[in-house]
Design a protein around this ligand. Sequence first.
Ligand SMILES: Nc1ncnc2c1ncn2[C@@H]1O[C@H](COP(=O)(O)OP(=O)(O)OP(=O)(O)O)[C@@H](O)[C@H]1O
Ligand SMILES: [Mg+2]
Length: 467
Amino acid sequence: IFRQLFPDEFQRDVRKYVNKVVSYVYPYVEITFHEYQPDSWFERSKAFVSIERYLSTNSSNRAKRLKANVVKDCESVVLSMDDYEEVTDEFRGIKIWWTSSKSIPKQQALFSYRGKAIAVKTRQRKLYTNNKSENWSGYRRTMWSHIIFEHPSTFDTLAMDPKKKKEILDDLMMFSKSKDYYKKVGKSWKRGYLLYGPPGTGKSSMIAAMANLLEYDIYDLELTSVKDNTDLRKLLIDTSSKSIIVIEDIDCSLDLTGQRKEKKEESKEEEKDPVKKAEEEKGKKNKGSEVTLSGLLNFIDGLWSACGSERLIVFTTNFVEKLDPALIRRGRMDKHIELSYCCFETFKVLAKNYLDLESHDLFSIISRLLEETKMTPADVAENLMPKSFEENAESCLNKLIQSLENAKEEARLKAVEDARIKAEEEAAKKIEENGEKVQESDAKLGDEEGKKTDKHTDVKENGVITA
Ligand SMILES: Nc1ncnc2c1ncn2[C@@H]1O[C@H](COP(=O)(O)OP(=O)(O)OP(=O)(O)O)[C@@H](O)[C@H]1O
Ligand SMILES: [Mg+2]
C-alpha cells in the first residue's frame, strides 16, 4: 500500500532515512557475493567459488542441508550449504554469519555516467566466439558466447625485430587516438591488419598483445559456422566498439579464394558430367556455409561496417599468396605484417623473457646458426624453456644450439635429396626427349624411304624408268 500510495522519490527518501536510523541500533554489516557476474551468465564469480571452498570445511560440519558441486580446477566434489542455510564463523574476533540465498536478478540498474566511466576503465575484457547460426533461435538467443579474456601476451613478451615492433605499436596507438582525424577525412574509424607467416611465428600472440595494449575485446569469428552473408552482417552489427574482430587462417576458412575463378568457369560447368556436378554441390552444402567473398568484403568495409567504431579487423594466414588480392588490398587490410622465422633480434627477446638473459658467450654461435637455419620463434621458445629443475640458462642455450644444428643438418640433407630428385627428373626428361628425337628421325627416315618406294611404285605404275 505504501508503494502504491507514495511516489518513488518519496519512498527513496524514506528508505534512506530509515536505513540511517536503523544503522544507529543495528550493528551488522551485510555483504553480498553474487554467484554470477551481471554481464557473464556462464562464468561463476571467483569470490563466490573461493567462499564456497572455504565454507565447505565449516559448513559440512554444521549445516544440515548441503549442496554438492564439482568446481573448476578441483577434482573432488565440494560440499557447501544449501540455499537459506546459515553457518556461523569467527574471523579475528569478528562474528560472521554466512547465509546463501537465491535471488532473481532485477533488470540491470541504470548506471550513472560516472559509474559507467569507472566500469569501462576497470571492466574485464572478453573473448567472444560466434555460435553456429542454427543455434541462434530459441532459449538463449545469442550470436556470440564469451569468456573473460586473460591472455598474458604483451608487446614486451612478443619477440620480433624491435624496429618493426615499434612501427606496429605506433600505428596502433595512433589509431586509438585518431577519432577526430577519421571523421575529418570521412573514413569509418577502423583499421585492418593482415598477419601472415609460417605456423608458430606469433600471429595469434600478436593479436592478444594488441588487445592487451588497447584494452579491446576480441571477437574470434569462425566463418565456417556462419550460414550466409546475412548472418555475417548480423554478427557484425552485434559486435561492440573498442574491439578486434579476428578471422584466423582466412585461407582455410572458406573457399574464398576460388570463388572468382569459379564464376569464370561457370560457363564451362554446363559441359560437366551431371553426377559429378551434383556431388560437388553436395560437398558445398556440407561445408555448411554460403558466405561469399563479396559478403566478406562488405563485412569489412561495406556500409554496414561503419556502424560502431574503433574496431580493428585482423586476418591471419600461413599462405598470403593464396588470398584474393581484393580481400587484402589497402583500405581493407591497411597494414600487412609479416611474421617470419626467428632472427637474432627475435631470439634476444625470447632469451630475455624465458631465461632472463641479456647476453651470453653462446649468443654469437646462436646468431650464426640462426642466419643459416630457419626455425620458428615457437620452436626456439620451446628449446629455451627449462624442462627440469636441474636445467639452467646455459644448458637451455646448449639445447637450442643442438636443435639448430640438427635442423641445419636436416635442411642440408633435404637439399641434397631435392637436388638428386631434380637431377633424376631432368635426366629422365632428357632421355625422353632424345627418345622422341630418335623416333622423329626414324619416322623422317621412314617417310623418305616411303617416298622413295612410293616413287618407285609410282614409277612402276607410270611405267617410266628414271634410275
Ligand atoms: N614472435 C613470438 N614472440 C613470442 N612468442 C612467440 C612468438 N612466436 C611464437 N611464440 C610462441 O609460440 C607459441 C605459438 O605462437 P602463435 O600461436 O602466436 O603462432 P601463430 O603464428 O599464430 O601460429 P599458427 O599459424 O599455427 O596459428 C606461442 O604460444 C608463443 O609462446
Ligand atoms: Mg595462430
